[in-house]
Design a protein around this ligand. Structure first.
Ligand SMILES: [Fe+2]
Length: 347
């Protein structure tokens, strides 16, 4: 039996590109006591051109009952940060079972976000964009439903959850892709000057800056076409909400540094909320966009995807507003322990 650490080591870095393809597709074979093969999953690099992510096939509910399979998947996730599960049973029960590999579930930080009940006391967050119901923005001359700028989830709260496990239930014929950019890759890619400037800086986040009030990293061409009453109610709810503070750069237990800045909800640099500080944060956001090597996931009904919310930023490309898009997210609990609430009068 190959061990989980071995799988993670094999996937690390660009060396995956040189592996024999057939061998790469059979990384893991789990043998039961007594020698029967009871489960096998395959783990391959998400892309030969990306330093993060993995693609996993062969996962079933039966195989997830094997602790060694669960351990292998969790280990690859810790190392690669983004896992795409292909050809899995497209059900809420399967999503719940798979989410359990990574930790306990938690509710979304915002009470007003829509949920679906999966079982007694268990719910997923529902992210839906239906014709005539959701936000529609014009980006670069195209009307888009479901468009979501780069961010990491719940940055406006002191605690940030570990991960989100997504499944798409309604998929538009075009667009509706979910993008992911790795903070480890970004930390290494941005200019040394900006990296040095932000090493010790903390970023302020406020929930009410989402949707129509984004301050940093806006697209060049942007116009609000339609915002439903529910969005306006949510923004009203958020007025005066306390801000949260997180480091721009932090270090993983692996030793890797992570650039983790969320343009969508950023209010400014702590202790530097002035034109000079705002210009510095804007230049970082533009540098992030210029240097990121994102993965864009084109959804199939039998996909599930999990990302490390302490490490990645993500985005949604948007789609033609005449079509629906609906995604369920299981939210994995946890906290990296570096966020804090803003205390009035105490910088
Ligand atoms: Fe998100």
């Amino acid at each position: 039996m190959r061990r989980a650490a071995g799988i993670a080591r094999k996937l690390r870095g660009p060396s995956i590109a040189s592996h024999d393809r057939d061998r790469a597709r059979a990384y893991s074979t789990v043998i039961a006591p007594g020698g029967l093969e009871i489960a096998s999953i395959s783990v391959i690099s998400l892309s030969d051109h990306l330093p993060f992510g993995a693609r996993i096939r062969g996962v079933t509910r039966e195989k997830l009952s094997d602790p060694s399979v669960r351990g292998q998947i969790a280990s690859v996730f810790e190392d690669r940060g983004l896992l795409v599960f292909e050809d899995v049973e497209p059900s809420g029960e399967m999503q719940l079972e798979l989410a359990g590999v990574f930790g306990p579930l938690r509710h979304h930080a915002m009470e007003s976000v829509s949920r679906v009940e999966i079982g007694p006391g268990i719910s997923f967050t529902e992210l839906a964009a239906r014709p005539g119901e959701g936000n529609v923005f014009e980006i670069d001359g195209r009307p888009l439903a479901g468009w979501t700028p780069w961010h990491w989830d719940a940055c406006y709260a002191p605690e940030i959850y570990r991960a989100g496990l997504l499944r798409a239930l309604e998929i538009p014929p075009e667009g509706g892709l979910t993008g992911f950019a790795d903070g480890v890759q970004l930390h290494g890619a941005i200019s040394p000057e900006l990296r040095a400037r932000f090493e010790e800086l903390d970023i302020l986040y406020q929930v009410g800056l989402m949707m129509m009030n984004q301050r940093f990293g806006m697209p060049g061409s942007y116009r609000v076409i339609h915002v439903p009453p529910s969005t306006r109610d949510m923004l009203r709810e958020c007025e005066g909400a306390p801000r949260a503070i997180h480091p721009a750069i932090w270090r993983r237990s692996s030793g890797e540094k992570v650039l983790h800045v969320s343009p969508w909800q950023a209010a400014g640099i702590e202790g530097h909320e002035d034109p000079e500080g705002d210009a510095l944060l804007e230049s970082l956001c533009q540098e992030i966009y210029a240097k990121m090597r994102p993965y864009w996931h084109c959804w199939k009904p039998t996909d599930m995807l999990i990302w490390d919310n302490w490490r990645f930023i993500h985005s949604v490309s948007g789609h033609d507003p005449v079509h629906s898009r609906r995604v369920h997210r299981a939210t994995i609990d946890g906290d990296y322990g570096l966020g804090r609430p803003e205390v009035s009068g105490n910088p």
